[in-house]
Each structure stands twice: as structure tokens, then as C-alpha cells.
Design a protein around this ligand. Structure first.
Ligand SMILES: NC(=O)c1ccc[n+]([C@@H]2O[C@H](COP(=O)([O-])OP(=O)(O)OC[C@H]3O[C@@H](n4cnc5c(N)ncnc54)[C@H](OP(=O)(O)O)[C@@H]3O)[C@@H](O)[C@H]2O)c1
Length: 230
């Protein structure tokens, strides 16, 4: 299995790299500051070449294009669009920061589509043919009882729309596209009061991803494998 993971420097992405390493997979671990990603670099050093570290800044399209060119001959089984930002705290009614909203859209909504466009040939050469995008239950209209959080909610809802369209457009290539809620996870974004560890989240998500069938493409999936209402 060969897996490409974005946002691999810390949090859920770094744990995905560790999980893949434990499984004996080849991991293409991407981050925006490779020379500062100390935990990732030391993991790669211990991996006997199975983990490689690459530059990919989700707000700089040129870095994604360069990466796709560098990896043009690689057959990739899974593309995991994990990198994400919460955005500014100026996120409530009357305060929303427009510049930050646009920047958050670049990372959370646009870059995942661009990664899929740039890596579709490599995924076609792979066996598993999965594009997984880390979404959030906060994107769900049905689940929104508390309002606010305009930037994060809308950027992940836009990501869900991207996933749904990709599932239709890539069906003829047998590429399965899903939006995944990782649970409320103890990371910098999730905070220390979150419900589950990154390890638990990652193990559950990979169990779901490895069992995906063609009919699952286009789903918005919770950490227990159930559907989340849009
Ligand atoms: N934690 C939760 O409870 C939770 C719940 C629902 C959804 N999620 C989603 O799960 C994903 C991972 O979350 P997390 O909890 O691991 O967050 P995190 O601890 O804040 O880590 C975010 C990761 O994304 C990377 N990143 C941010 N901006 C980037 C950019 N422009 N280019 C490349 N990488 C970038 C960060 O890299 P740097 O180290 O360079 O900053 C870091 O590796 C996100 O998409 C998040 O929205 C998390």
C-alpha cells in the first residue's frame, strides 16, 4: 500500500504516518515546512526508506504542482487530504474576518480538489483508488444547533460539495472519494478536552477506508462508519 498524506507534520496527519509505518506501508508524507517537521523527520529516519518527506503547502498551488511532477511515476493507493486549519477566532456573527475566510477556503476547500486533480493519474495506477478528505461534523447543516463558526463550517461544507462532485466525476476511473469526520480528537486543533486520541481516530479511519466499496463513494462518514447528514 502506498499512501500520500498532507499535513503530516503533527496531529492526525503525523499519527497517520506512524500508523502506515507500523503497517509496513510506503508513506509519502507531505508538509509545508519539511525542515522544521522534527517529529516527522525522525520518524522517516527510522523507517528504512518507507516514509519519505515532501513539501506541499496547501496555500501555494505551485508547491502542489511541483510535488505532482516529482511523483508523476508513482502508483498511489490512497490520497489523504488531511491538512486543515480552523481559521481566525474572528469567526462569529458581526466579526467574520474576510481575509482569513479566503485563506481558510484555500487550504480546506480548494487545495483538496487541486491535489485530486494533480494526482488522479497516480491514483489510477494504484490498486485501492481512494481519495479521503478530512471534513468535520461542524460542516453538517443538520447537526448545526449552535450557529457561529462561519469560516470553519463553510469551508468544510464546501469541501463536502467537492467530495460529492468528485465521486461522480471519478466513478469511471473507479476512484472512491469520501469525506471523513475523524471524531473529536486530542490534537492542537481538537484541544486537550477532546474525546479520543489521534491513534484511535486514525485506526478507525483506516479500517473504514480499507473496507470502502464503489457504492460508498460520495459518503460523509463518521468515525464509527455511519453516515453523517449533510
Ligand atoms: N482534531 C479534531 O477534533 C478534528 C475534528 C474534525 C476535523 N478535523 C480535521 O482533521 C484534519 C487534521 O486536524 P488536526 O486535529 O490534526 O489539526 P492540527 O493538529 O491543527 O494539524 C493540522 C495540520 O495541517 C497542517 N497544515 C495547516 N495549514 C497547512 C498548509 N497551508 N499546507 C500544508 N499543511 C498545512 C499543519 O501543518 P503545520 O505544522 O505546518 O502547521 C498540521 O500538520 C483537519 O483537516 C481538521 O479540520 C479535526
Amino acid at each position: 500500500m502506498k499512501v500520500l498524506i498532507t499535513g503530516a507534520s503533527r496531529g492526525i496527519g503525523l499519527e497517520m504516518v506512524r500508523y502506515g509505518m507500523d503497517q509496513g506501508w510506503e508513506v509519502l508524507a507531505c508538509c509545508r515546512h519539511p525542515f522544521q517537521a522534527e517529529k516527522l523527520l525522525s520518524m522517516a529516519q527510522l523507517s528504512n526508506g518507507r516514509v519519505s518527506v515532501h513539501l506541499a503547502d496547501m496555500s501555494e498551488l505551485a508547491t502542489l504542482q511541483a510535488l505532482a511532477y516529482e511523483l508523476r511515476n508513482e502508483a498511489i493507493d490512497m490520497l489523504i487530504n488531511n491538512a486543515g486549519v480552523y481559521g481566525s477566532d474572528k469567526n462569529s456573527f458581526g466579526q467574520v474576518d474576510v481575509h482569513d475566510w479566503l485563506e481558510t477556503f484555500k487550504v480546506n476547500s480548494i487545495a483538496p480538489l487541486k491535489m485530486a486533480e494533480l494526482f488522479v493519474e497516480q491514483l489510477s495506477m494504484g490498486q485501492t483508488k481512494v481519495i479521503a478528505c478530512l471534513s468535520s461534523k461542524m460542516a453538517s447543516m443538520a447537526d448545526n444547533g449552535s450557529g457561529g463558526n462561519y469560516i470553519y463550517r463553510s469551508s468544510k461544507a464546501a469541501l463536502n460539495a467537492v467530495v460529492k462532485s468528485m465521486s461522480v466525476d471519478l466513478a469511471d476511473k473507479s476512484i472512491k472519494c469520501v469525506a471523513l469526520h475523524p471524531g473529536w480528537v486530542k490534537t492542537e486543533m481538537g484541544g486537550p478536552n477532546a474525546e479520543i486520541s489521534a491513534r484511535e481516530s486514525v485506526a478507525s479511519m483506516f479500517a473504514i477506508l480499507r473496507a470502502l466499496q464503489a457504492e460508498d463513494s460520495g459518503r460523509f462518514i463518521d468515525i464509527d462508519g455511519s453516515d453523517i447528514s449533510w
